[in-house]
Design a protein around this ligand. Sequence first.
Ligand SMILES: [Zn+2]
Ligand SMILES: [Zn+2]
Length: 141
Amino acid sequence: MRNVWLNRGGFCSMFTGIRQNVEQEDANQQQFLDNLISQLLDEAQTNAKGPPPASERFIQSLPRVSVDSLSSDESCIICKENFHESQSAVTKMPCHHFFDRECLLPWLQLHNTCPMCRYTVETEEQVKEEEQEATRNWMYG
Ligand SMILES: [Zn+2]
Ligand SMILES: [Zn+2]
């Protein structure tokens, strides 16, 4: 009789010990998840602040500008090279700012803004919406 009680007590305290360990692990897991979620939220918010990429259509439509039509002191703000000296292909944003095509393209693939004045151009998202709108008009219009 005495032994049974002892054994039961031993078993109980062992069980309580396991339970505490499990709860401790749960707390760590929870902490880990909380950190992960807040990191993801921070990243999402950081991304939301930055402008989206310009649309492929806009990039394709960039005009080719003759260097001769530019004044001799006109230079690319991205690489600071004078257009007349670099002799590279020059293009113009709708806000009338000039850039080397090879400098502007990588920028537009990341941001839908003019690097000089932050003038915004169309995004891939806007093109998609336009296409959806066109499809709707075609179907119901
Ligand atoms: Zn440049
Ligand atoms: Zn501009």
